[in-house]
Design a protein around this ligand. Structure first.
Ligand code: DNO
Length: 398
């Protein structure tokens, strides 16, 4: 599998030379400054490629786009959709022409990944990302004050949410809002509470079926062009895989993935296997999902979570937690073998260590939450070890 690393571009405090030291050779990046819906020009793509390749001795290349974002109007099914679809197709053609042939995108309305705590302490120092069900409920019911929100949270979670909120100072509440907003990538737009209410309102009439119909239309508009350009698209699952603030989530389990891959029957219509996102869902069996959808997996985010009975979870060590990472890796390596034997020139599946704990001197570097240097390097090294061992023992291509 090809070892890749997410780099946020020139503003990222981690340099390409440091990335090379982690052992990664592929770069995962995006043109975060380009507003959603605007075409990524060949010049802008070439400029980023030049930065990545500035020192050829590093041997780095731009391998995966994460993300080519889907405009909110497409998720809502409103506005000038033909123009947005045409722009998306043009961006993917421009990327393919530059030799970048894998795109990771998501279809989560409004928010990207969501956590309530960005620096949960670990033994010996260091921190992890955490999701506390009661804090999410407190935010939803008492800060956002979404009508009928209490119906969406179990009574025992609500009881702890009330206790939390009664004790929460203004600054504690402000921190929770900031933590919940921290997952929004790209232009780094953040909502305040009135702003979040306004955007949630625009989704009031779009349930899961509506959102599914909009995703299907997007796939029908974009996948044929992707196939023609040799582009492999990998939808990223919802993180966490549960409805949030009344917003539907439609990329959360095996049934959802079956619906999506069935919308357009093309290899180009594929998945990003994110073991941490799917792994936070109580019923999700990751090795089974990896095996079932193997031919459509174009990119893997490998990380682990330790789940708690109320829906809370902690980001665990890459080989710790509830996901059987060895079995997932065995499934992916098996798929690589199948592709190679079938004559697929691009049989090697790119993966990246997704998130990492902040360890050692990471805190001083001020990287994005979840994207420290030492923590991700540790994860990558552990994953690489498992891959090397499994490939060797099973006679599979690495
Ligand atoms: C979180 C990431 C996500 C991912 C997008 C893909 O760390 O895995 O933000 O990049 O959802 O579109």
């Amino acid at each position: 599998m090809e070892q890749t690393w997410r780099w946020f571009g020139p503003a990222d405090p981690i340099t390409p030379a440091q990335i090379r030291q982690t052992g990664a050779t592929g770069i995962v990046t995006a043109l975060h400054d380009i507003p959603y819906g605007v075409v990524w020009s060949p010049e802008a793509i070439a400029e980023r490629q030049a930065l990545i390749g500035a020192n050829p001795a590093l041997g780095l290349r731009w391998r995966v786009v994460e993300s080519l974002p889907v405009h909110e109007n497409i998720k809502q099914g409103t506005g000038d959709l033909p123009a947005l679809f045409a722009n998306y197709r043009q961006s993917l053609r421009n990327l393919a022409a530059a030799g970048i042939t894998t795109i990771c995108y998501n279809f989560m309305p409004v928010l990207d990944w969501t956590r309530t705590e960005l620096a949960a302490p670990l033994p010996g120092g260091g921190t992890a990302l955490r999701f506390n069900a009661h804090e999410l409920a407190a935010f939803d019911c008492f800060m956002l004050r979404r009508p009928h929100a209490e119906d969406d949270h179990p009574p025992e979670v609500m009881a702890r949410a009330r206790t939390w909120f009664q004790a929460a100072s203004e600054s504690t509440q402000a921190r929770l809002l900031a933590n919940i907003m921290a997952g929004l990538p790209g232009a780094y737009d953040r909502y305040d509470i009135p702003g979040l209410r306004r955007i949630l309102d625009t989704y009031a009439d779009i349930g899961a079926d509506g959102l599914r119909a909009h995703l299907k239309r997007f796939l029908q508009e974009v996948i044929p062009a992707a196939e023609e350009a040799g582009m492999r698209m990998g939808i990223h699952p919802d993180d966490p895989p549960r409805p949030m603030f009344g917003l539907a989530r439609i990329v959360s389990n095996a049934d959802d993935l079956a619906f999506i891959t069935g919308c357009v029957d093309s290899t180009a219509n594929g998945l990003t296997l994110c073991t941490g996102s799917l792994g936070a869902g109580a019923g999700n069996d990751l090795p089974a999902i990896a095996t079932r959808f193997a031919p459509r997996i174009h990119f893997a985010h490998l990380r682990n979570v330790a789940k708690e009975p109320d829906g809370s979870f902690m980001e665990a060590d890459h080989l710790g937690g509830d996901v059987d990472m060895v079995a997932v890796i065995a499934a992916l390596l098996g798929e690589q073998g199948r592709r190679r034997d079938a004559g697929d020139a691009r049989w090697r599946i790119p993966f990246r260590p997704d998130h990492g704990h902040e360890l050692l001197d990471d805190a001083a570097r001020r990287t994005h939450p979840g994207y420290p240097l030492a923590g991700r390097m540790r994860g990558l090294a552990e994953l690489r070890g498992v891959m090397t061992a499994v490939a060797s023992l099973r006679g599979l291509p690495l």
